[in-house]
Design a protein around this ligand. Sequence first.
Ligand code: UT7
Length: 331
Amino acid sequence: MAKITAAITAVGKYVPEYVLTNKELETFVDTNDEWITSRTGIKERRILKGEGLGTSFMAIKAAEELLQKSNAKASEIDLVIVATATPDLPVASTAAYVASEIGAVNAFAYDLQAACSSFLYGMSTAASYIESGRYKKVLLIGADKMSSIIDYKDRATCIIFGDGAGAALFEPNNEGLGLQDEFLRSDGIGRDFLRIEAGGSIMPPTLETVQQKKHFVYQEGRTVFKYAVSNMADVAEKMLTRNNLKEEDIQWLVAHQANKRIIEATANRVGVSSEKVMMNIHKYGNTTSATLPLLLADYESQLKKGDNLIFAAFGGGFTWGAAYLKWAYNS
Ligand code: UT7
């Protein structure tokens, strides 16, 4: 019997309307468009405005777009995973709420948190459920409202992050398409360099933690940059070598959008030319769990059945990894 593989059969996305430009950031902090563009590749990012709107708002919109485009019905979905670092509430699964709102009445649902690697790790989880034969339709959503945890007076972080959501449906495939291989890693050394210090079990919230701005993202950018460049490039290269893939066999590099220089370094290591590198960091910045599915949604019309995609991501924790996936449809 042919092995069941897990293929992506539909994608969807949502980004908020509000565009926060580099020019506007210049009015909050001591920065400028030239510095941000040359150091990161970011020109603008989207911000979710509106009281009471959290990550689920964007996740639901992305899932609804996916369902409109797909043959799948919400009631047929077995499992909804929301990959996010910014759940609606610290306790109460965001995914459970999203599943109910989209009408996935027969699904169970949970959140998955691995910082910027959440969607990549989620691909592994979703694919494993499908490959085992246990479930037939797994909806993986990557969504983050980064603006809810960013200090817009901290120029080291506020220029980088944005809000958004992307969704992908995983289903069984009997032509050998879908996820082929993965290499996932983590190293707790990273938790000092990229973190939110307060609000968790070590340092619960107090008046002082709020006053000391300990509920915002802190990042030692230069250190994270070094780890990200070497680790993302290493794992991406590993995907090629251990699957006997040459540069000409790869159609797309799908890399986490944290910094254009990190993406280019990864592309150089695996030898793929710039036209094969998916890029939307200039429009959305770093949307954490949403970068990979937003890339898939933005490039969907250019993807062809059988295309070889190499995914790579790096994030807080540290968490990182790469995956090799064969695209399963023409849109
Ligand atoms: O997605 C999760 C993983 N995260 C990442 O992968 C992010 C990795 N890190 C980065 O992308 C980069 O380190 C940053 C974009 C965060 C920063 O770029 P950098 O080239 O590493 O800059 P730097 O922190 O080394 O700072 C260089 C200079 C400093 O000035 P001096 O000391 O050379 O005088 C900073 O004070 O640039 C200054 N600087 C800024 N200037 C204008 C730092 N931030 C800014 C800013 N605008 N926003």
